[in-house]
Design a protein around this ligand. Structure first.
Ligand SMILES: Nc1ncnc2c1ncn2[C@@H]1O[C@H](COP(=O)(O)OP(=O)(O)OP(=O)(O)O)[C@@H](O)[C@H]1O
Length: 318
């Protein structure tokens, strides 16, 4: 079943730009341009694109904040802009950059306000709250005012608040931004559980690890249009992107020469080896370990912006 449907959706803005000393020109910007896609119930889709690509405009239309200039849009069976109250019961939204919690209230009171706002039946509220408190380890934080929470704790609170009314669709905008590795992993683990339990997720992020760990499907948009729709290995292939194996050798060596690999940098006994991102690092690690004694190694993912830029630029490898 399709939970999100966009059929030839366009959203334009009129912007005024300076043209000469006194004159101003009005210009139309198409933030979203003839965009069509569907998301099935239960999917977790990464929605990516460079700055200004039209991601926020799409999300704003899907949450009913913005009305499309043309085209048809449905979320969980309703027209978002026309039926905002019905929509609010079916969706949850989390923005990494801002909180929807009440700053001066303890977390518990913020949740209570969410309960009243959505008129969540007591038994369902109690069950959902207990589940979120357990999965997000919020037990010790319930009586703390939101302003005293760390960023990671606040994000966990925001996730709980967005899910207490059992939304069918969850929109996430940079849910792991600014979090440390432990908090990121905890948020990802929780989101995996939420998605596995049936909630459909649309995730905007600049962190490839979020996508790798959560999404089977990735959509890339640019200039308001879909330029890629498929899985993450396919995106790496299309972007001819590279991961980097960082090896710390026991002794300094000349640049390692292996097929399909290029040394992009050396720092004493440390070497940075670039290899196609869609390939497993295991054979490369084995090949290096066979030739040289190793002290340590790690694998670095490419930045989403680089993958997308390479998709267009067709940067030659090697
Ligand atoms: N209210 C507005 N008025 C005028 N132009 C706008 C408005 N909102 C967005 N735009 C323009 O529409 C285009 C798409 O913007 P949008 O915010 O959707 O991009 P984005 O992909 O979310 O970018 P980012 O990753 O930087 O958040 C940009 O050119 C932006 O300047």
């Amino acid at each position: 079943m399709e939970l999100i449907e966009l059929d030839r959706v366009t959203r334009s803005f009129t912007v005024r730009t300076k043209a000469g000393r006194w004159r101003r020109e009005r210009r139309q910007v198409r933030a979203v341009d003839d965009l069509s896609f569907t998301v099935r119930a239960g999917e977790c889709v990464g929605y990516l694109g460079p700055n200004g690509a039209g991601k926020s405009t799409t999300i704003k239309m899907l949450t009913g904040i913005l009305v499309p200039s043309s085209g048809r849009l449905r979320v969980a069976g309703v027209d978002p802009a026309r039926e905002r109250v019905a929509l609010a019961r079916r969706i949850g939204v989390v923005f990494g950059h801002r909180t929807t919690l009440w700053w001066d209230l303890p977390l518990r009171d913020s949740f209570e306000l969410v309960r009243r706002l959505y008129r969540i039946p007591p038994a369902r509220y109690a069950a959902n709250l207990a589940r979120c408190v357990e999965l997000l380890s919020l037990g010790d934080l319930l009586d703390t005012p939101v302003r005293q929470l760390s960023l990671g704790q606040r994000m966990r609170g925001d996730l709980a608040a967005a899910l207490l009314h059992d939304p069918r669709v969850l929109y996430l905008d940079e849910p792991t931004i600014g979090l440390d590795v432990v908090s990121k992993n905890r948020v990802r683990e929780f989101l995996r559980e939420v998605n596995a339990a049936g909630t459909t997720v649309l995730l905007t992020t600049h962190d490839l690890t979020d996508i790798e760990q959560l999404c089977d499907r990735v959509m890339v948009i640019d200039h308001g249009r879909v330029v890629y729709d498929g899985d993450l290995p396919g995106l790496h292939l299309a972007g001819r992107s590279e991961r980097t194996l960082v090896v710390d050798l026991v002794e300094e060596q000349p640049p390692i020469d292996l097929p399909g690999v290029r040394v992009v940098r050396t720092e004493g006994s440390r070497q940075y080896l670039a290899f196609p991102a869609e390939q497993s690092a295991a054979p490369l690690v084995a090949a290096v370990a066979e030739r040289f004694p190793l002290r340590d190694l790690s694998v670095r993912e490419p930045a989403i912006e680089d993958v997308i830029a390479r998709m267009y630029a067709r940067v030659p490898i090697g």
